[in-house]
Design a protein around this ligand. Sequence first.
Ligand code: SF4
Ligand code: FES
Length: 374
Amino acid sequence: MRTSVTSAGDIARDIPRAPPPMAMLAELTHRCPLACPYCSNPIELTRANEELSTEEWIGVFRQAADLGVLHLHLSGGEPASRRDLVELTRAAVSLGLYTNLITSGVGLTGARIGSLADAGLDHLQLSLQGVSPESADRIGGYQGGYERKMAVAAWVAGAGIPLTLNAVCHRENMGEIDAMIELAIRLKARRVEIATVQFHGWAERNKAALMPTREQVERATRTVAEAREKYQGVLVIDYVPADYHSRYPKACMGGWGRVGLNVTPSGRVLPCHAAETIPSLSFENVRETSLAAIWYDSDAFNAYRGEDWMPELCRSCERKKVDFGGCRCQAMALAGDASATDPVCIRSPLRERLTREADALSTTQSAGLIYRGR
Ligand code: SF4
Ligand code: FES
């Protein structure tokens, strides 16, 4: 089914009817004890007194399940900062949602992990800032964080909850990738996700300090390929390569408004976590509008669905069904136009400039990390 949509001053666009979303990321809170310099949360954080209440979140989970969502990612900030985390998890499980907790581990105890397991938590993703107390605590800006993560991993294994380690890589820790993979094995993780830093939100301020060099990126790609072979059948290794050093953009969010949605701590519903950086869009709130109406009918979700919005370069390109034109927020940040071809694409007229910038940034002497302010 297709709908024709016009907004003021626009010509009618043919927008394909979206299938129901598969995944929802619930940003339960922006509160977080860590201060990572690559934090992708917005510069303006939601205050605790603006957060959805326990009942409101459970109502959102119910709407999500009714809408067809299968996977619920409980995230933040640090979701363990919410006192009702176990209650929220239990409610989501009872609605038939697959629950995945994305956490730094700080704020979790053995007892709380036992309660989460009893509530039916399906999976836990633990962030990793480095492979030693020195590097992890320095990058995360939190003393004692590494020790707590190691304890959390052991409690999670003891409780029988499947574990994934999430490591964000950048210039300061890119040489630790093989050690991160070894650590994942030692901690009995089933999966490790090695994602190169993305420069959204606060991370933008640390571009010069965090941009990896071309050599680091090439070495990281080789390390991952070798480790995948070595640990086949033992550990799944997901790898998100560096955007600025890739030939093509990734299919950000699996395509805008195609697979998933994000709900902010105060209930705004976004097609991706950085969507609010696109000034032409406004976002509706589950406190006022149903999740289904927002998913199917809101201007923000329909803005980049289908192909009619694409520039000719993407519309006539065979990869448009692979990457859906790339990342809209990156196009906004780098081209100043959210409907431009993602400048990471080798076919974009901006690509050459981007490569020069990335090379220059990656060889800039770091002025030190600017930690996430709270
Ligand atoms: Fe993707 Fe557009 Fe580049 Fe083609 S031109 S590879 S669709 S970003
Ligand atoms: Fe928003 Fe990629 S981060 S579309």
